[in-house]
Design a protein around this ligand. Structure first.
Ligand code: DQA
Length: 141
């Protein structure tokens, strides 16, 4: 069983950006943690700084066999109607994750355009949010 993780802009810089919000681990460490925690699952992480590339990757996923999709679109969360519309094409279960608590930060982060087309959203628990998202995907199968 495979789970697709979609990461938006600046998440390739995890471990080097605003550690007080996002922690000190990078994307490789996130993947390693998930693989250790869920040895029977495969994880595929796609990160892009470009909105259209993320839309294209979602379109590709429409016909792919994933047990679920975890999304953290970074700043595009708050702006992208295109990503929201693309997500509605996916037949797979979807969970949105944010490392930081977006409701405890600047008001422009309080709205998620993409979270409304996911089954649920987990925000503020760092990497552990991804663990919770995987548990939620497994529990729904
Ligand atoms: C983020 C929150 C967003 O507001 C921000 O733009 C990010 C990261 C998070 O994981 O907490 O890039 O999605």
């Amino acid at each position: 069983m495979s789970i697709l993780i979609l990461h938006g802009p600046n998440l390739n810089m995890l471990g080097r950006r605003e550690k007080e919000h996002y922690g000190s681990g990078d994307q490789q460490e996130l993947l390693r943690m998930l693989e250790e925690r869920f040895p029977d699952l495969q994880f595929e992480l796609f990160q892009s700084n470009h909105e259209g590339e993320l839309v294209d990757r979602i379109h590709k996923a429409v016909d792919q066999e994933y047990a679920g999709v975890i999304v953290n679109f970074g700043a595009f969360t708050h702006t992208s109607v295109a990503l929201r519309d693309a997500l509605t094409l996916l037949p797979q279960d979807r969970i949105e994750v944010h490392l930081s608590n977006i409701h405890a930060r600047e008001s422009f982060r309080h709205t998620s355009l993409t979270g409304g087309v996911c089954r649920g959203m987990i925000s503020g628990f760092g990497f552990y949010g991804y663990v919770m998202a995987v548990e939620a995907l497994l529990q729904n199968r």
